[in-house]
Write a protein that binds this ligand. Sequence first.
Ligand SMILES: [Zn+2]
Length: 124
Amino acid sequence: MQQIRKSTCHCGSVKLEIRFDKGLENIRRCDCSLCRRKGYVMAAVPTSHLKIIQGRDQLSCYQWNTKIAKHYFCKNCGIHTHHQRRSNPNQYGINIACIDSVNPYKYKEVPIGNGELNDSLPTL
Ligand SMILES: [Zn+2]
């Protein structure tokens, strides 16, 4: 079922409207050096399904390494709302914790993929 959901950063400067055709799809965590620091759970949507309805000027973009992915965050509160994916630049990864009425802790078994973390790193 198609739904339009609102997403906001923490301070409310940035407001997005996102269209989901079949609920939250392709939920996962990425283990790249950036996402593993953020602990971010994402869903994927085509870039045409996301509209910035407020706060475009509050969004900052962080790029690193290949500079393909674009990681957007609010300059005021620092919350990362979405990113344009490196593996598929026609999609945005959406921070599901920013979507109205979504409990990100409900997703217990989130697949991890796509990054480059070395599994042999020791734990503390
Ligand atoms: Zn903010």
